[in-house]
Design a protein around this ligand. Structure first.
Ligand SMILES: Cc1ncc(COP(=O)(O)O)c(C=O)c1O
Length: 385
């Protein structure tokens, strides 16, 4: 007999993610994988060198302090002040994490209790809802509508009640590629004024915005920042998603709660990567020029598939391009991406999986964080569809 004889799953609805499914399918069929969001090019050689140096310096191979390597936190504080005019205390308001996902999970776990409600905008990054559910809290969905996926803050207001404990925003937004505007931020500020609602602001794509758009970090808005966890990821900025390092910025009182969870969840995170990033942050051009770097990729990819039968949706930020296939097929998007991978050699992600009720607008997400050669080959196949 197996023991235990049955497991009462804490996440009964969660199975293998679509990212794993599509990447496996892409491999099986030798398709070009534009599904999962990761670059196929190398990090900057200087970062690799710093990593190697840190590893060879034996004082960095053991645990670093629980909140993170202090020189790294100091560099993060400097950057935050320079970019967003926000003063944050590296001692008490920054914690280095094992990527953005852990920071999101830890922030939610540290303040959300049973029956608390958390508002999130769907289509949404897939870790938010399970993180909320594991605390006994409830995810309350606001469904953004294709094709422009804009927020109507008056409608969001209707979702707020006494149980509302948190609102999660994500700008630039995965998967839609939209960014929040000054008006959005002002509306959000009005919405939470006089409440105890905490904001979790997922800004992992903070350096990937196009056409001169500015990233409106919540840290630029003192009245919002005083109630916010802000999440960043080095993986997105330095083409090192596999290194899994990120950080959270929050006011001292919220950060104290965050660290209570963090210290028993991971205690401290990868030491040598922290040292390497603390050095590479001096080379400001590496993050300041990222907008241009990805804008060129976006433009290249858009031009290359412009003549295809897919319709391109607006892409203001992130490294994802949404395309509608409603001129090609009436299949469900989950079926369409499978067929596209098997028969046409290109893998993408169906946007319906980012909605709670799998709203299907015949839209799929393609990742353009790829070498030009990869994008060229993918575009040729896409144009044959
Ligand atoms: C919106 C969003 N938030 C957070 C993350 C997680 O970042 P990390 O890889 O650092 O955990 C991702 C990664 O895909 C993302 O798209």
């Amino acid at each position: 007999m197996n023991f235990p004889s049955s497991i009462n799953s804490k996440l009964p609805a969660v199975g293998t993610t679509i990212f794993t499914t599509m990447s496996t399918l892409a491999k099986e069929h030798n398709a070009i994988n534009l599904s999962q969001g990761f670059p196929d090019f190398s990090p900057h050689p200087a970062l690799i060198e710093e990593m190697e140096k840190a590893m060879r310096n034996n004082s960095f191979n053991q645990y670093l302090p629980m909140p993170g390597y202090l020189p790294l936190r100091e560099k993060i504080a400097e950057k935050t002040e320079a970019l967003y005019a926000a003063k944050v205390d590296p001692e008490t308001e920054i914690t280095v994490t094992a990527g953005g996902t852990q920071a999101i999970f830890t922030a939610i776990l540290s303040v959300i209790r049973e029956n608390d409600e958390v508002i999130l905008f769907a289509p949404a990054y897939d870790s938010y809802a399970p993180s909320i559910e594991l605390t006994g809290g409830k995810a309350i969905y606001y469904d953004l509508e294709a094709p422009d996926y804009k927020v109507n803050w008056q409608s969001v207001k209707k979702l707020i009640n006494q149980r509302t404990k948190m609102i999660i925003i994500n700008t630039p937004h995965n998967p839609t590629g939209t960014v929040l505007s000054t008006t959005d931020m002002e509306q959000l500020e009005k919405l939470v004024k006089g409440t105890d609602i905490i904001i979790l602001s997922d800004e992992v794509y903070e350096h990937i915005l196009f056409d001169g758009l500015q990233h409106l970090s919540i840290l630029r808005y003192p009245k919002l920042a005083e109630r916010s966890f802000v999440i960043s990821s080095f993986g997105k900025t330095y083409h090192t998603t596999g290194w899994k390092l990120g950080y959270c910025i929050a006011p001292k009182n919220l950060m104290a709660e965050f660290r209570k969870v963090h210290q028993f969840n991971v205690f401290s995170v990868n030491s040598i990567a922290q040292v390497a990033y603390s050095k590479i942050l001096d080379r400001k051009e590496l993050y300041l020029e990222l907008n241009d770097f990805y804008q060129q990729k976006r433009n290249y990819f858009q031009r290359a598939i412009q003549s295809s039968r897919f319709k391109l949706l607006k892409c203001e930020g992130t490294y994802f391009q949404l395309v509608s296939y409603n001129r090609i097929s009436s299949e469900r998007d989950t079926e369409f991406v499978r067929r596209m991978t098997k028969d046409m050699g290109v893998a993408g992600i169906p946007v319906s999986v980012f909605y709670r009720h799998n709203i299907d607008n015949s839209v799929i997400r393609l990742c353009f964080a790829k070498e030009e050669e990869t994008l060229k080959r993918a575009a040729e196949l896409i144009c044959k569809i």
